[in-house]
Design a protein around this ligand. Structure first.
Ligand SMILES: CC(C)(COP(=O)(O)OP(=O)(O)OC[C@H]1O[C@@H](n2cnc3c(N)ncnc32)[C@H](O)[C@@H]1OP(=O)(O)O)[C@@H](O)C(=O)NCCC(=O)NCCS
Length: 356
């Protein structure tokens, strides 16, 4: 929490900080993590803030604590407030404060790459490991045939472009060129992008972070993608950059690369401008139970998001702010979770005072 909410590289964006709900007694009973994110809108700088880890102590639920925290958040100095991966409770609360749901960016695309292995991974939880291990070679065989059948919807095209490892400086260059079509876009520098990628890469549970730039035969950048393969075989795409001419080439390369790196299926945030290309590449669209919420006093900003005119990938969203409890192996028999407060540096948090 210290690293993500207090030591992030946008600390100098004064006034945009995480919030706690403090009772009159001084007790902290609620928290809303907030991280500023510089963006631009039609070339002009705008300040966005992403919220995460919204929580109120069970005993203080159904009071105004949650409302006060959200109210303090949306009244911050930022031009645009975003809550990504929000649940129904947050959606209702932010809606009551003038926020809205970005339905397009609350959808995900989904593509099965290795059908038999995908089914095995879904059934895996209820199946003894020895049986799953025995079935794996059979699944590999079925998959090898299925993805090569000429009329199979799961057929994978041989990529006609070359993938190269994407470094931070190169990603910055890609970001500055490819998504020009979007009115709202994130603005990074080398330090902030490096920090963001390192936070994601260090999350042990995630698996390997793959960052690939795709070049055509003339050596020009056709696009790029960033994804990880989670231990259950699902590839989570965090960012995808391309334009209308190159998206299919980039998707072919991504599907091939992800399958080679063990992904049975891939999923990523819906890209409104590429709906037809995803459809032609046999992807499905679905809702994963959480929402992207926006609040802004500038209606043009909110409208740009609602009409899908924003480069808002999962790299700009909540993915990097997730916490996972990483199991230790061998697991200690009884281990108490100890939280030490003394390491938190004296960075001021804004306080939403108790309503009473
Ligand atoms: C999400 C969470 C913070 C919401 O807090 P909560 O106290 O349960 O929020 P509620 O929906 O009960 O809203 C609080 C009260 O404010 C009221 N309220 C909502 N908007 C209001 C507004 N604009 N003005 C006045 N009152 C309002 C609600 O009606 C509710 O009162 P009620 O229970 O009498 O109907 C809390 O449930 C929680 O910590 N959950 C676990 C973690 C979690 O799911 N976090 C969200 C991740 S995205």
């Amino acid at each position: 929490m210290t690293r993500i909410f207090l030591r992030h590289p946008w600390r100098d964006q004064s006034g945009i900080t995480s919030l706690v709900f403090e009772e009159n007694s001084g007790e902290i009973t609620g928290f809303l993590g907030v991280v500023p994110r510089p963006m631009s809108f039609n070339g002009r700088p705008v300040r966005a803030a992403i919220s995460s880890q919204f929580i109120v102590a069970p005993a203080r639920r159904s009071t105004l604590a949650a409302v006060k925290l959200l109210q303090a958040f949306v009244s911050g100095p930022q031009d645009l407030s975003i809550a990504d991966e929000a649940n129904d409770a947050s959606r209702k609360l932010l809606g009551s404060l003038g926020g809205s749901t970005a339905l397009l960016y609350s959808l995900y695309w989904f593509r099965i790459l290795q059908p038999a292995r995908f089914l095995l991974s879904r059934a895996g939880g209820g199946m003894p490991r020895s049986i799953a291990r025995t079935l794996l070679p059979v699944c590999r065989l079925i998959d090898a045939v299925t993805v090569r059948l000429p009329h199979s919807p799961l057929r994978r095209s041989e990529p006609s472009v070359i993938g190269i490892d994407l470094g931070t400086a190169h990603l910055l260059e890609c970001l500055s060129r490819v998504p020009r079509r979007c009115a709202l876009r994130p603005e990074y520098n080398e330090r902030s992008l490096e920090w963001l990628l390192s936070v994601i890469a260090h999350n042990d549970e995630c698996g390997d972070l793959r960052k690939v730039a795709v070049r055509n035969e003339r050596g020009e950048v056709a696009g790029w993608y960033i994804y990880i393969v989670t231990p259950n075989g699902l590839g989570e795409v965090l960012q995808l950059g391309a334009d209308e001419r190159t998206i299919k080439l980039v998707l072919d390369h991504l599907f091939d690369d992800a399958a080679r790196h063990g992904a049975a299926a891939l999923s990523g945030r819906f890209e409104p401008s590429f709906v037809q290309q995803f459809h032609e590449k046999y992807s499905m669209f679905h809702h994963r139970g959480h929402w992207l919420l926006v609040h802004s006093n500038n209606s043009e900003l909110a409208q740009a998001i609602h009409r899908g005119d924003a480069f808002l990938t999962r790299l700009e969203g909540e993915w990097s702010m997730r916490f996972r409890l990483i199991p230790q192996w061998p697991a200690p028999r009884q281990r108490k979770l100890r939280i030490s407060y003394h390491e938190v540096p004296p960075v001021p948090l804004d306080v939403a005072r108790s309503p009473s």
